[in-house]
Structures are given as C-alpha cells and as structure tokens.
Write a protein that binds this ligand. Structure first.
Ligand code: AMP
Ligand code: GLY
Length: 431
C-alpha cells in the first residue's frame, strides 16, 4: 500500500481489450494509483488489475460498484458505453469519470452528426450527402462519381463502411445498409461520401472541453491480410510515430482541424472532455478528416501510451478538471510497433480456447509488451478467447528497430491457429 496522502487512488477501467490493457498498464505506472479494477477486463489485465464481472453496458451496476468500492476515478475505454451515456450516469451520482458525455460522444456515435459539424465549421473532410430514404440514396448514386463510400450512420464495430467501385456495388450497398440492415439500426441513416486517396494517420488527443493536446501520431493496418488485402478488421497492427505526419501536416491540422473541432463542439453546447481520435487522410489537397472517435484507438493506444512520458492519470485528471492547458505533454523520442496475433479465420469465424504459451518472457524484457485482447483464464491456464488475441508490442530507437523487435517477439508466444500480418510497418520503408 502506498500510504502517503494523495497516493492512494482507486481506479476503475471499463473495457476488455488490448486498448484497456494498455490503459491499465499506463495507470499502473502512476505513483498516484494504489489499486486498479477493470470491468470486465481479460486475463492479461487480470495480472495488474482486479477484474470485475460487470459488462461495459451495465451502467447502473458499474456506478454502484464504483460507489461501494469508493473508486476515485473511472476511465471509459470503449466507444459503446460512451455513446450510450455512461459518463452522464457516473456524473449524476457524483463519481469522477474520464470520457465525453453522451451529447459529445455523438462525435463518434453518428457519422451524419460529425459530417454536418465539419461542414458547418469548415473542417476539411470528404464531400458528402446524408440519406434516410433508400430511394433518394439510389437516385443520388445514379449521377455520382465512382468509386464512392457508403457509411452506416451509427456505431457498427468499425465495419459499417463500404467502398464501392461501381454503381452496381453501390446500389447493393444501399440495400445492405438501409434495407437488409446488415449493421442493424446504424443503417437507418446513411452517409454517402466522396472517395479519397492518400495515406492514413491516426492522431489521438487529450481534450478538456476547451484545450486540446495532441499525442504522438500512429498508423493502423485495418485489413486482415498482407498487402492490405482481405476484410476490414478492428486493426491488425500499428506503428508510432508515423513518418508521414510531418511538421507541415501538424501545423495544418493544428490550425484547421484540432482546435476547430474542439471549439465547434463547445459552440454547439456539447463540450468534449476525454480523448478525440482523429482518423486523417493525407490527400493531395491536404489533410482531411476520415472519421472521429471518442476514445483511444485499438491498437493505436498500444503503441502511443507506452511512449508517453507524462503520468497518464495526471493528464486525465487535468482534462476532467479543465486545466489541460497547464500540462506539458511529452513523448519519448523513439518508436513502437504492435503486431496483432489473431486467431486464424478472424474476422469471420475462428476457434477459441487454445492454451497460450511463452507469455512470461515479456515480463523479463524491458521495452516489450504483450497486451491481451481476446484471452481468458481456464483451469489456471491462459487461453485464446477472441479473434484478436494479443498485441505484441516493442519499442526501438527508430521505427525499423521497433518493427524488428516486435516481429522477433511474436516468436516468443505460441498458440494453435496463431495468425498475423507480416507487413506491419512496411510503409516505413517508403518514408
Ligand atoms: P472509417 O470507419 O470511417 O474510418 O472507415 C474505415 C476505413 O474506410 C478508413 O480507415 C478508410 O480506409 C476507409 N475510408 C473511409 N472513408 C473513406 C473515404 N471517404 N475515402 C476513402 N477511404 C475511406
Ligand atoms: N484502430 C482503429 C480504431 O480503434 O477505431
């Protein structure tokens, strides 16, 4: 027990993936934190936190737990509870919580909202139209330029985006989203968007309602197979920083994207406190916003947080207290790469419950991390329990060294049906 005054914080983290493992690991480094709970957590998080079997959408149960355990601070890792209003429930019960309220989490929860916001406040993004009537969407597509992008309005596990190269595909897409409701009620409204080309960069930021501080950039690899082939996934690997995120790009985004977004939310009466994740496309006409998320990226958090020099809890408290302007956010001058070890067949169908061996090696190696995503404990053994199983992460002096280290570390762990991409960070060679 850390008995000094102020150093006895009890923390609750809501979520169960690799991102929440990375958040828990950063929290555990904070000298202020004495005890961490995670709901529902996973087997890896269970090594540094006490996992509590309450689901992330069980707001009342979570708030009751936080009161019973006298939790000082709660961090919401996932999008669904944020969009559903978990922060409002906690705040209404006098609990300190890090994340946007429901009226601000809509920045991620509705693509139509975020597109309209960008249009109103002149924040660069792809040209678009929104529809709630499939017949009107179809009529619009008849005259639109291909390829074109269709997006279900609401949350769809990152999968509600269809890139259509022909009119026939686009028509079939409207049917899938709006009529067959492939992404559920997320498809009641749809955004039809101009197709953009360029490099993608993920930029995470801390926001306190007024001030925004940008973290080191990252790049995700969303497709399941090497060479960006196969289906879209939650993310197969990341690197940080992105060599394509130059000072010039940063200056543009600071001026036209980051602060304008925070100011726009405040002007709309929806002040945003928490993490804004900017999904950017670096187009020939300059950086444009692909999407906003209202939480850390997964697996972006796995490469960004281990490089952060600040005490993450102090930064989050500064956001909640509206004094982020006092924080000097600093990152190590190195690089990190995360390679996701998945179950063969992800994101469609895969088997679970295979024992995982070799995890102990990570405890002994400085600068290497094995973040658990889909794991569980069964008969005292850690087994696979999801599509994305582990996020093997390594630091290095530069991106190439970090990549070599991360791929070497993927060999340390073994489980049946282990699958990974072999080209995470290949773009580094083109920088
Ligand atoms: P989103 O969920 O909006 O980030 O979309 C998922 C992925 O679809 C993005 O990471 C991009 O690779 C791609 N995408 C989304 N919108 C566009 C667009 N307007 N043009 C080209 N690609 C896009
Ligand atoms: N890695 C992308 C996301 O978290 O949405």
């Amino acid at each position: 027990m850390k008995m000094e005054e102020g150093l006895t914080m009890k923390l609750l983290i809501v979520g169960s993936g690799g991102r929440e493992h990375a958040i828990a690991q950063s929290a555990a480094k904070s000298p202020k934190v004495d005890k961490i709970y995670c709901a529902p957590g996973n087997a890896g998080i269970g090594q540094i936190a006490e996992c509590v079997p309450i689901g992330a959408m069980e707001f009342d149960k979570l708030a009751s737990f936080a009161k019973e355990q006298a939790i000082d601070f709660t961090i919401i890792g996932m999008d669904d509870p944020l969009v559903g209003g978990i922060v409002d429930v906690f705040e209404s019960q006098g609990l300190r919580v890090f994340g946007p309220r429901k009226n601000a989490a809509i920045l991620e929860g509705s693509k139509a909202f975020s597109k309209d916001l960008m249009k109103k406040y002149h924040i660069p993004t792809a040209a678009y139209e929104t529809f709630d009537d499939p017949a009107k969407a179809l009529a619009y597509l008849e005259t639109a330029k291909m390829p074109i992008v269709l997006k279900a309005d609401g949350l769809a596990l990152g999968k509600g985006v269809l890139i259509c190269s022909t009119l026939e595909e686009a028509k079939a897409g409207v049917k899938e989203i709006m009529e067959d409701k492939k992404f559920g009620s997320a498809g009641n409204h749809m955004v039809v968007e101009e197709f953009m080309t360029g490099r993608e960069v993920s930029v995470l930021s801390f926001v306190d309602g007024k001030t925004i501080k940008i973290m080191s950039s990252a790049q995700d690899h969303k497709r399941a197979q090497d060479g960006d082939q196969g289906l879209n996934t939650g993310g197969m690997g990341t690197f940080s920083p992105s060599p394509f995120y130059t000072q010039e790009v940063d200056e543009f985004c600071q001026k036209y994207i980051y602060q304008p977004t925070v100011d726009a939310m405040a002007a709309e009466g929806r002040p945003f406190t928490g993490i804004i994740f900017f999904g950017l496309m670096l187009t020939e006409e300059g950086p444009k916003v692909l999407e906003y998320n209202a939480r850390f990226g997964d697996p972006e958090a796995q490469v960004v947080l281990p490089r952060m020099k600040n005490d993450m809890i102090e930064v989050m408290e500064a956001c909640v207290d509206g004094r982020l302007s006092e924080v000097d956010l600093q990152f190590e001058d190195n690089a990190a790469v995360c390679v996701v070890l998945a179950s063969e067949g992800y994101p469609v169908a895969y088997e679970k419950n295979f024992p995982i061996r070799g995890l102990e090696r990570f405890e002994a190696e400085e600068g290497y991390y094995c973040f658990h995503a889909g794991t569980a404990k069964k008969d005292g053994e850690i087994v696979t329990n999801g599509g994305r199983v582990l996020g093997v992460t390594a630091k290095g002096a530069d991106l190439k060294e970090a990549r070599a280290n991360a791929y070497q570390a993927t060999e340390w762990v073994q489980f049946d049906n282990k699958y990974m991409r072999h080209d995470i960070g290949k773009a580094i060679d083109e920088a």
